[in-house]
Design a protein around this ligand. Structure first.
Ligand code: SF4
Length: 242
């Protein structure tokens, strides 16, 4: 009987692995609702191949420009930077702020965002000798604290940079995360960013790929279904609600 149970468990785990490319979580982490939601979203939407950017500096620029705007506008701004040949660390260190503002105009709030980009570039130059390699060699908590001290970089932007450009295992929380997980009864609407982040990081394996894919899937659900006016009858999480 024991052998049958063991074989059944092994088959379950092998089946799970064939659908999912992430490291195998422990049983306690498989059984929790946070992983079940991830698994459901992954089954429904498949891999999202995030972040949409080719280089670390492009990802960082995108993370800063995406504040308060749709991604399609960020893409236009990034295309302008690419076409002008300034989408590199060296060029962004040299470019004048007002010229940068013109190039990123499609992303909205372009003067503010040009200043934020400039703040980041000056931080990179001062703290890490203009090297992203040096910057990402820092420990996760150390680098997170430093990035948050850069004027204009909030927690969501910093965590996006750490996760998607630096491959550091940190969970990104955004407005979709709040809306979806409040609805699921898993977080409180008054929870702080850090309280929400801590919940995910406590209940999930500490794994960069998992955090990468999970956030991307949350954004997918938020854009497709859980909008400001949610299409709850199409929601793939309805039966998982607590
Ligand atoms: S779409 Fe509706 S049911 Fe689904 S998470 Fe959003 S609010 Fe909840």
């Amino acid at each position: 009987m024991k052998d049958i149970v063991l074989i059944a468990m092994l088959l379950f785990l092998v089946g799970l692995r064939s659908k999912c490319t992430f490291p195998m979580p422990s049983m306690s982490k498989i059984n929790n609702i946070f992983f079940k939601i991830f698994k459901r979203l992954h089954e429904v939407y498949g891999p999202q191949y995030w972040w949409p950017g080719q280089t670390r500096i492009e990802i960082i620029v995108g993370a800063i420009l995406t504040q308060n705007t749709a991604w399609v506008n960020v893409e236009k701004a990034i295309t302008n930077l690419e076409k002008s040949g300034v989408l590199s660390v060296n060029k962004l260190l040299d470019i004048k702020q007002d010229r940068l503002a013109v190039l990123i105009q499609p992303s909205g709030y372009y003067n503010v965002k040009a200043k934020r980009l400039n703040n980041f570039m000056r931080f990179l130059a001062k703290e890490y000798n203009s090297s992203l390699d040096n910057m990402f060699k820092e420990t996760l908590p150390g680098l997170r604290d430093k990035l948050i001290s850069v004027n204009g970089l909030g927690e969501e932007t910093v965590d996006s940079i750490l996760l998607y450009a630096g491959a550091k295992p940190v969970f990104v929380v955004d407005a979709y995360t709040r809306r979806i997980f409040c609805c699921q009864g898993l977080i409180d609407k008054d929870n702080t960013y850090q309280q929400i982040q801590q919940k995910f990081m406590t209940h999930l394996e500490n794994d960069t790929e998992l955090f990468n894919e999970y956030h991307a899937l949350i954004v997918r659900l938020g854009k497709d279904v859980c909008r400001k006016k949610p299409k709850c009858n199409e929601c793939p999480l309805l039966d998982l609600k607590m």
